[in-house]
Write a protein that binds this ligand. Structure first.
Ligand code: ZN
Length: 539
């Protein structure tokens, strides 16, 4: 019996099996600023057909982390899709000091291309600063460019970086007076008819309506009181409490840009993604297509109201319905079993430090400007020179090498002196230098995350790490960027064709996603991949 079984197995043509399991469509979903614990904290609020469908019928990696700093949107999206970290893909932050151009640059900014669908610079974007390929690029290469890639996100970087260098299109939302989905000449010279029609419809306008809680507010027991001192709120409304009259608030809050800071921004993202699914005929032939969708409104709401707010709870109650709508449409249009979904986040977020402090948890606020002034005074007192430092940004100190040479200052000596000075400074936890990062190979802890975020060519010379729970931010709302668990622990769910049911508590890391999807599709890894296949996930 056993021998017969083995023989039968060995004669089964492996290619046929692979072909039948290969999904027609991969849908990559990134939820901006989604902490892992939102899955558990809001679980009782979720229906069966959204998050819970992915969790119970798919595979859940419950110990999934970012393995580098800074934990921001640009690096997050790049790392998910390139299977590596800023050390290799080069997206070292959202904005960073470019020492070669001697100016701040934006991760998706590209002045060599023009806006499409809008006047002005909002469309001057491309993935050109990302140095390595994405899983979406590899799929295009593998299928002789027959498999399509379409990227959709309210944020330009949330659409552009995942869609890669070879995307058919990436679309993002321009607020202000426009309320339109736009793109850049990097992809096309004019918007397709379906995008023009979407923009001409009243869809965006209709969302400028009242935002109240979807369910009775007294049922939102997994968040703090609606009225508290830890929330920002909108201009033109005294308290950050429900309901919000968006039509009335829009003129004072950036017009259509206001939608980005409400759950309706995510609704609009789903509306647009479903139009793309139809109009681009995604998942309709044997070449795998990619639809990459990033839900950005979650990040704006978290920044404004903080991770413990009623607004965030309502946001996730509503996002659950967006996922249900997306999955139902995929069932209908592509067919259950013909598509694969993964869902993750681009970073987490910290509880509002003022709230943590009120509950006696160590936390605080760091004044970047005061630190820069103090550091400058220290350097002047040591060397009698003002201009040895060119820039301080993203908790990195960038040296001016020409001035160092002129003053006869050894860069490694200056790194050490600054490290010593910074460690005496209040709320500073750790400091690393370029020399250390070039010489050592850190395998654990914050140092390992700093090193994986350290790009030899693009990064600075000294790296500053603040204490746990300390941010440089307003006293209301949440932010992110650190190597601490609240910023690194992110959900990771796989579902659909080729995916097992199950879960693991084994450590998985964000760069593991791309090689896992590559293995599922039988295609080459992105060229800078440092992650590994999560074998438990695959059938
Ligand atoms: Zn953010």
């Amino acid at each position: 019996m056993l021998l017969f079984g083995l023989a039968a197995l060995s004669f089964k043509p492996a290619d046929a099996q692979t072909a039948s399991q290969k999904p027609k469509l991969v849908v990559g979903i990134v939820v901006d600023q989604m902490r892992f614990d939102y899955l558990t904290r809001f679980e009782a609020q979720f229906g069966d057909r959204g998050f819970k469908r992915l969790m119970s019928d798919g595979f859940e990696c419950r110990n999934n982390h970012f393995n580098y700093v800074p934990t921001y949107t640009g690096p997050g999206h790049a790392s998910i899709y390139t299977g590596t970290t800023p050390a290799n893909h080069g997206i070292i932050s959202n904005n960073w000091y470019n020492k070669f151009e001697k100016q701040q640059v934006y991760c998706a900014g590209d002045t060599t291309v023009a806006s499409v669908g809008v006047d002005g610079p909002a469309g001057q974007m491309s993935p050109h600063r990302m140095l390595t390929t994405t899983i979406t690029d590899q799929n295009r290469l593998h299928t002789q460019m027959r498999g399509k890639t379409i990227g959709v996100s309210l944020k330009d970087r949330g659409a552009i970086l995942p869609a890669g260098h070879t995307a058919n299109a990436a679309y993002w939302f321009e607020g202000g007076d426009e309320g339109k989905w736009i793109t850049s000449t990097f992809y096309m010279d004019q918007l397709p008819k379906w995008v023009q029609e979407f923009n001409a419809s009243a869809k965006a306008k209709n969302y400028l309506k009242e935002w109240n809680t979807l369910k009775p507010i007294e049922t939102y027991v997994e968040s703090g009181a609606d009225l508290n001192t830890y929330e920002g709120g909108f201009r033109g409304k005294e308290d950050a409490v429900f309901p919000y009259d968006l039509e009335k608030l829009a003129p004072e809050n950036g017009g259509y840009t206001l939608l980005k800071s409400t759950p309706y921004g995510n609704n609009l993202t789903t509306d647009f993604a479903l139009e793309a699914l139809d109009a681009e005929a995604l998942g309709q032939d044997s070449d795998t297509d990619f639809l990459v969708v990033s839900y950005s409104a979650t990040d704006y709401v978290g920044h404004n109201f903080g991770v413990n707010s009623k607004e965030v709870e309502d946001m996730y109650v509503r996002l659950d319905l967006d996922l249900e709508r997306l999955l139902d449409a995929l069932d209908k249009k592509v067919g259950e079993g013909n598509y694969t979904v993964f869902l993750t986040a681009d970073h987490g977020a910290v509880n509002v430090p003022a709230y943590l402090s009120a509950n006696r948890i160590p936390s605080g606020y760091f004044d970047n400007r005061a630190f820069a002034t103090a550091l400058n005074e220290f350097i002047v007192s040591e060397y009698g020179k003002e201009d040895l430092i060119e820039d301080i940004s993203n908790y990195q100190v960038f040296f001016n090498y020409e001035n160092l040479q002129e003053a006869g200052v050894n860069p490694e000596e200056l790194q050490k002196k600054i490290a010593h000075f910074a460690l005496q400074y209040d709320l500073m936890d750790k400091v690393y230098t370029r020399a250390e990062l070039n010489q050592a190979n850190y395998t654990s802890g914050v140092a390992a995350l700093i090193q994986k975020g350290f790009n030899q060519k693009r990064s600075g010379d000294v790296f500053l790490v603040l204490d746990p729970g300390v941010i440089s931010y307003s006293r209301t709302g949440s932010t992110h960027g650190s190597a601490f668990s609240y910023d690194t622990h992110a959900p990771l769910l796989f579902y659909g064709a080729g995916i097992k049911k199950g879960k693991t508590y084994k450590l998985t890391e964000i760069p593991d996603i791309a090689p896992t999807i590559a293995a599922l599709l039988g295609i080459e890894f992105p060229n800078g991949t440092t992650g590994t296949i999560i074998t438990e996930v695959l059938e």
